[in-house]
Design a protein around this ligand. Structure first.
Ligand SMILES: [Zn+2]
Length: 286
């Protein structure tokens, strides 16, 4: 009897409901077994076939048919996977991004995953490629990492070896604001991407602001050296709009040295005794 799908058994009874050892709801008329009989919980849910599981090395294995995986894969051909480094952004910010980028071709969809990763679906358009080509993107001061979805891509991993970061050069003297000088400065830090409008227009002279794609292995220097007009060197401070957590062991952005799982394992192996506190992995984003 599936008419009970909208009954309090499924939706939660107003009063306390207890279930005894044989699955019978005490005081109720239906059993849990009956409720789920026929493989359906709700009338609008799809049914699921049963397969006898294969066993490999003593463990049950679900053998997902390759032809179905291929078929499902094709549905996500134009999908991008993305996330914002740092605290999870509001879903509405992501919706806004999709609307801005895809409004002219009829829009796209965005889905939020538990891990903080977003799936952007731009079906039937070349928009994904175009958005990737126009990147890297930042959302506010933090990098928005986007890449094409593929079956191999992790939907949980949030570590990067290179990130686009906005950099400020406070007190940069007036003769260094030319395009080539700023390009030289950015190149010392990483791969130059762009300057902001107020820098290119020289509208705000308190700092020049550059976006640079920086490798974690290169670190985040707080000063760099510039040549002066007649050859001597001068030190220029470098300020990052947002400093991502950086691990010098793994050479990635995403966690700090103190939260490094690799370093913790190395330490444990080195000392020959377990170090439970050191093994506690924090993701560094909180
Ligand atoms: Zn690490």
């Amino acid at each position: 009897m599936l008419a009970g799908a909208s009954s309090p058994v499924v939706n939660g009874a107003p009063g306390p409901v207890s279930v005894n050892g044989n699955g019978q709801r005490s005081g109720g008329q239906r059993s849990w077994v009956n409720l789920f009989r026929g493989g359906k919980v709700r009338e609008d849910a799809g049914s699921l076939p049963f397969f006898v599981p294969a066993v490999v090395n003593g463990r049950r294995v679900a053998f997902c048919p390759p032809e179905e995986l291929e078929e499902e894969k094709d549905k996500w051909d134009a999908a991008l996977i993305g996330y914002v480094f740092g605290p999870r952004p509001l879903f509405t910010a992501m919706q806004r991004f999709v609307k801005e980028k895809s409004g002219h071709v009829g829009g796209g969809e965005v889905f939020g995953l538990e891990s903080g990763i977003f799936v952007f679906d731009f079906q039937g358009s070349d928009l994904s490629r175009q958005i990737l080509d126009e990147g890297p993107w930042t959302l506010g001061i933090r990098p928005l990492i986007l890449r094409p979805w593929s079956p191999e891509i992790s939907l949980t991993k949030k570590e990067e070896s290179e990130l686009p970061l906005w950099v400020r050069l406070y007190g940069l003297n007036l003769h260094y604001w030319g395009e080539r000088s700023l390009g030289q400065i950015a190149s010392v830090l990483g791969r130059p991407i762009c300057v902001d409008r107020r820098t290119s227009q020289r509208e705000r002279l308190s700092f020049a602001r550059l976006c640079v794609s920086i490798k974690a292995s290169d670190g985040l220097p707080t000063t760099i050296l510039l040549t002066q007009l007649y050859g001597s060197l001068v030190e220029q401070s470098v300020h990052y709009d947002w400093t991502p957590p950086l691990c010098s062991v793994c050479k990635v952005f995403g966690h700090i040295d103190n939260a490094c799982p690799v370093a913790a394992i190395n330490n444990t192996e080195g000392s020959g005794e377990s170090q439970p506190e050191a093994m506690q992995v924090e993701d560094g984003w909180k």
